[in-house]
Design a protein around this ligand. Sequence first.
Ligand code: H79
Length: 491
Amino acid sequence: MAPLSNFTRAVGSGEASPGSSGPRADDLPIRFGPLVSRRDDAAMRAFREYGLGQFLHFGVYSLAGNEWDGVSARTGAPASEWIRAWTGPTAPAGWKDTYDNLYRQFNPANFDAVRWARQAKDMGARYVIFTTKHHDGFALWPTAFSDYNISRSPYPGDMVREIVDAYTAEGIDVFLYFSVLEWDNPDYVVGVPGTPEEVARFDRFLAYTRNQLLELLDRYPEAKGFWMDGTWDPSWVASHEFTHRLERELRERRPGLVIGSRLRNDEHGARHFDSNGRLLGDYEQGWERKLPDSYEALNGNDWDCVMSLPPNGWGYLRDWSGLYAKTSDDVIELLMRCRSMDGNFVVNFGPDGSGAMRPEEDRLAREVGAWVRANAEAVYPARHADLPTSKLGYLTQNGDILYLALFNRPVNNVARLAVPKDATQVPVRASLLTNGQILEVRHADIGFDLDPHTYYDVILPSGFSTDRAFVVRMDLGTPTTTAEELMVAKM
Ligand code: H79
C-alpha cells in the first residue's frame, strides 16, 4: 500500500485500522521508524502478565453525564466524554462556554481513589489507565503549563497523585492516559500548519505537550507507562521529527517506560506501524472497541484491547436506556479471548460527577472479580496456547498446563480438542478448575483423510451445572496412544 493511502485512512477513521501486515520485503527508507523492538525487560514482562486492566474516564465531562438541563447529547456528541463537541439543534446556546466553565463546579464529594483501587483489585485488574487529561484539555494534576487544571477547581488536591498512590498501594500498575488533542487550546492547530503563524502556534503547542509529558514523568515516577490518545490529526502526524525526538527523550528520562503505538507515526504518515509494518512503540494500541481476528494476525506484538461497557461512552453516561451494556459474561468472554491471543483486556469505568461508580459498574466489578479469582491461573500468567482454536471457548497455557475456558458447552458433554497428529504434548489429565473434580480424557483418533489433527475428548460431568463460563484444566504429557495405521487405504 502506498504510504499516502495509509495516511489518509488513519486520518479518516480515527483508530480504525490497527493490525500490522508484518515486516515487508519492499522496505521503504524510513528515518523516523521504531525506537525500540520487542523488549524483554521487567516492565514489558509485567505488561504481558497484566491480563486484566481497568480504564478510568473521569473529568469535567463526568459532571454532565452526556446531558445538560435534561436534554440528551446523544444525537449531538459522539460519546459522553466528547460532550464539549456537542453541536446540532439540541446543543444548548453557548454550550462550549458553559462547558469550559464547568470546572468551577468540579468537586466530586465521593471521589475516593482508595475505594476505586480496592474495587479494581477485587476485580482482578493488574493495571489501571487513568485520564490525566482528555480532549477537553482539563488536567487532573496541577500542571505548571496550563491554568486549566485541577488546582483551579474547588477540589482540594491532585487527583493523579491520589490515583497513583492508591493503585500503587494495591499493587496495581498505573498508566497515564494523555490526550494530545486539546479542543480549548488556542495554540492547537487542526490540519497541517501552513502559515508561519500556524507553525509558530503549533510549535508552542508541541513544546507545551512535551512539558506536560515530562512533568507527568517527574511528578509520578511510579507510573509505568503512557496510554496516548488524540494523535490522529494531520498537525501531529506531520510532527514526526518532533515525536521521534520526544519518544527518545521520554525513554531516556524514564528507563523501562512503556509507550503504546499511538504516540507516533513515520515520515510517510503511517501510524501505529511504520510504512514497513514495524510496530511504533512497545505495544499495539489500535484495539479500541475492537479485537484482532486471530493470534497470527498480531505478528507476536504485545497489545491491549480497551472497551467501553455501552457501545461507545467512556465518561459517565447518565442514561443507558436503549443502549446495550456489556454484561459480566461479555467481559469475561472478552478477557479470555484477549488472553488466548496474548493480549490484555481493559474494561472501562466512568464514574459520575460526584465520584461514584454506577451500580452496574459495581456489580460488574464484583461478578468479574469472583470469576477471575476462581479461575485466576487460566487468566494470568497463562498465555496463548499453540494449538488449533476451539469453537467451545478459549485456550490458554502455562507451561505443561492447558486451560480451556468453556463458553459453549457441548450438548453431549464431550469437549473435543484438536491437537496436531505429531504433537509431543497432548492432554493426559483433566479437571474442573473451579472444584478440582477429575474428568475423563479419551483419545479420539477419528481418522479423517488428510486431517493433520487428532482429537482429545474431555468428558464433562452431566451433574455439573453453572451459569457462567467455566475452565477445564488439563495436564499436558506424552501421548500414550498413537494414530492407528489400520485404516490407511492400501492402494
Ligand atoms: O477516551 C476514549 C475516547 O474518547 C477516545 N479514546 C477512548 C479511549 C477517542 N477519541 N476519539 N477517538 C477515540 C477516535 C475518534 C475518531 C473520530 Fe474522527 C472522531 C472519528 C470521527 C471523529 C478523528 C476526527 C477521526 C476522524 C475525524
